[in-house]
Design a protein around this ligand. Structure first.
Ligand code: BG6
Length: 512
C-alpha cells in the first residue's frame, strides 16, 4: 500500500524531550508563578514529562524560607492544577523547589545564586542547563539582564545551555520593544531567547497549521478566490478583576491582546505553508503576514477601519458591573480602550481584497475565542436560497472554550420539495480525543526546555507588530483630533460602531 508522507510526524516525535535543567523564576512570588508556572510544571511532572534532573529556584524580593515558599505554592497548586493535586506527587516534586531572596538590582544576590546553582551541580555530579524565566514586572527586565551578564550566569558552563523566557508585555511600543530586544540580545543569543505568547501554546492554535497543511481539501480554497472574509473574535466576560486596572489602563486592548495574541492567530491563518517545521521556517512565514498588513496612518484612515470603545455599567451573567472608568485603579477620565474592532487587509497575492475583521473586548457576554472563515457564494445560484444571508460555507475554529472545528454547509431538507437548510459538521476535542488538552504553559515550558522556539515570538515578529500598532496609537492620541471613544454596556457584544464597520461592507459579525 502506498504510504502517505507525513511532514509532521518526524518533528513531533523529535520534540518534547526536555533537557535536564534548573529553572530560575524571577518574580516568583507573583500571580503568574502561582497560577500558571508551578501548576504547569507540576502537571508536566504528573505526566512524566519533566527531565530526571530538575530544579526550580524562585527568585524574588520578599523574605521567605524554602518551606514557606513551597507551602504557598502548594495552596495555589491545589486551586490551579489542571489534573488535581496529589499530596505524594507534590511532596516529591516540591523537594526540588528552592527560594532565593534577592532584590533584582543586588549584584551580591546573583553571585549567591550562582553559588547555589553550582552547589546543585555538585550534588548532581555534572553542570546543569539553566532556564531563566522573567515573570517579574517588565520594568525590572533591564536590571535582571544586566546582572545575569555581569555575574556570567547568562553563559552555560561545561557545554550546557543558558536560555531566557520573557513574559509579556514585551514593550509597549516599537521603541521600548526594540530597547528590550537590544538588552535581551546583549545577554542571550536570539536562538536562546523565548518570548512567550501563551496563545501559541493553546492546543487549538497549534492545530491551525495542521488543519491547513495536513489536509489537502482546505488549502486549495484558502485564498481570495474562495474566501469572502475572515473573522477573529476574542471575547472575555471579565473586566479588571484582581487589581488589573492599574496595568490595563496603561495598555488597553490593542496593546494587551491585538499586538500579540490576535496577530499570532492572524499569522497562523494567513501564512504561506512553511518549507519545513523548523522554528525559523515557521516564523519566517508568520512575520511576512504582519509585514504585509495594509498600514493605516492618520486619524481618518484609522477611524475608518478601527473602532475603539469602553464599557459602561451593565450586567454580565446577571451580575452588575461598574463601567470601565469606575474600576479600581483606572483613571476616571481614562482614554484607554477595553474593546477594539479592526478591519485589516493582508497585501499578498493570496489575500488581495479579503478583509480580516478582528474584535476583542472585556465585559462581553461570554468568554470565547474563535476564528471563522466565511467562504464566497457559488458563482451562480442553482438553488433558490443559495445566495441568502446565513447560507455561506463557514469554517469555524473554536480556540476556547469547547475547543473544536465546525463547518457549515447547505443541505437538502428531507421531503419532496427542494428546500435547502444550513447544517453543521462538528468536531469537538473533548469527545473526539476523550482527554483534556494540556495548559498552554505546560507545552511552552516543555518546548523552552527542549530548545524548540517554534511557538515563541521572534524578535522581528514583535517589532513588526509594534510598528503597525504604533501608527494606530499615534492616531488615537493625536492632540488635535482624536477619533471617538465608543461605549457599550457591560454584558453586551460591543459598540454599535463595530457592527457598522461590517455593515458598511455588507457583512455581520458571527453570533457566538
Ligand atoms: C493576557 C491578557 O495576555 O491574556 C489578559 O493580558 C487576558 O488581559 C488574557 O485576559 C486572556 O488569556 P486567555 O488564555 O484567558 O484567553
Amino acid at each position: 500500500m502506498h504510504k502517505l508522507e507525513n511532514p509532521f510526524q518526524e518533528t513531533l516525535i523529535q520534540r518534547h524531550r526536555a533537557d535536564s535543567c534548573t529553572v530560575v523564576i524571577f518574580g516568583a512570588t507573583g500571580d503568574l508563578t502561582h497560577r500558571k508556572l508551578i501548576p504547569a510544571l507540576y502537571n508536566l511532572a504528573a505526566g512524566g514529562d519533566l527531565p530526571q534532573q530538575f530544579k526550580v529556584v524562585g527568585f524574588a524580593r520578599r523574605e521567605k524560607t524554602d518551606e514557606g515558599f513551597r507551602a504557598e505554592l502548594e495552596e495555589s497548586n491545589k486551586k490551579n492544577s489542571r489534573q488535581g493535586h496529589d499530596a505524594t506527587l507534590w511532596a516529591s516534586f516540591s523537594q526540588n523547589i528552592d527560594y532565593h531572596c534577592c532584590e533584582f538590582q543586588d549584584f551580591e544576590g546573583y553571585k549567591s545564586l550562582k553559588l547555589l546553582l553550582e552547589e546543585f551541580d555538585k550534588e548532581r555530579g555534572a553542570p546543569a542547563n539553566r532556564l531563566f524565566y522573567l515573570a517579574s514586572a517588565p520594568e525590572f527586565f533591564d536590571q535582571i539582564m544586566l546582572m545575569l551578564r555581569q555575574s556570567g550566569l547568562n553563559v552555560g558552563s561545561g557545554g550546557k545551555w543558558a536560555r531566557v523566557v520573557c513574559e509579556k508585555p514585551f514593550g509597549r511600543d516599537l521603541a521600548t520593544a526594540r530597547h528590550l530586544n537590544e538588552v535581551v540580545n546583549a545577554t542571550f543569543h536570539e536562538s536562546d531567547t523565548y518570548r512567550i505568547d501563551h496563545y501559541l501554546g493553546k492546543e487549538t492554535a497549534q492545530n491551525i497549521m495542521v488543519l491547513r497543511f495536513a489536509n489537502l481539501m482546505f488549502e486549495p480554497n484558502w485564498n481570495s478566490r474562495y474566501i469572502d472574509h475572515v473573522q477573529i473574535t476574542c471575547a472575555e466576560n471579565l473586566g479588571m478583576e484582581g487589581g488589573r486596572g492599574g496595568y490595563y489602563d496603561t495598555a488597553g486592548a490593542l496593546r494587551d491582546m491585538v499586538q500579540n495574541h490576535l496577530f499570532q492567530l492572524l499569522s497562523l491563518v494567513a501564512m504561506e505553508p512553511p518549507t519545513d517545521l523548523s522554528a525559523d521556517s515557521v516564523r519566517d512565514e508568520k512575520v511576512k503576514v504582519i509585514r504585509a498588513l495594509r498600514r493605516y496612518q492618520g486619524v481618518e484612515e484609522v477611524s475608518k477601519n478601527i473602532v475603539r470603545a469602553q464599557y459602561i455599567a451593565g450586567s454580565v451573567d446577571g451580575v452588575e458591573r461598574v463601567g470601565y472608568r469606575q474600576e479600581d485603579r483606572v483613571n476616571p477620565k481614562s482614554m484607554t480602550e477595553c474593546y477594539v474592532a479592526l478591519r485589516l487587509f493582508v497585501n499578498t497575492w493570496r489575500w488581495q481584497g479579503v478583509p480580516f475583521y478582528m474584535r476583542v473586548g472585556k465585559q462581553l457576554p461570554k468568554k470565547a475565542t474563535e476564528i471563522s472563515v466565511h467562504f464566497k457564494y457559488p458563482p451562480q445560484a442553482p438553488f433558490p436560497t443559495t445566495l441568502q444571508r446565513g447560507t455561506r460555507n463557514v469554517l469555524v475554529i473554536r480556540i476556547q472554550p469547547d475547543e473544536g472545528i465546525s463547518l457549515r454547509m447547505l443541505s437538502k431538507l428531507p421531503g419532496v420539495q427542494l428546500l435547502l437548510q444550513p447544517v453543521k459538521m462538528d468536531f469537538r476535542y473533548s469527545t473526539s480525543f476523550g482527554k483534556a488538552s494540556p495548559e498552554a504553559y505546560e507545552r511552552l515550558l516543555l518546548d523552552a526546555m527542549a530548545g524548540d522556539a517554534t511557538l515563541f515570538a521572534r524578535r522581528d515578529e514583535v517589532e513588526n507588530s509594534w510598528s503597525f500598532i504604533d501608527e494606530i496609537e499615534h492616531a488615537w492620541h493625536n492632540e488635535n483630533s482624536q477619533p471617538p471613544m465608543g461605549e457599550y454596556p457591560a454584558g453586551s457584544w460591543g459598540p454599535k460602531d463595530a457592527d457598522d464597520l461590517l455593515a458598511a461592507d455588507g457583512r455581520v459579525w458571527r453570533r457566538l
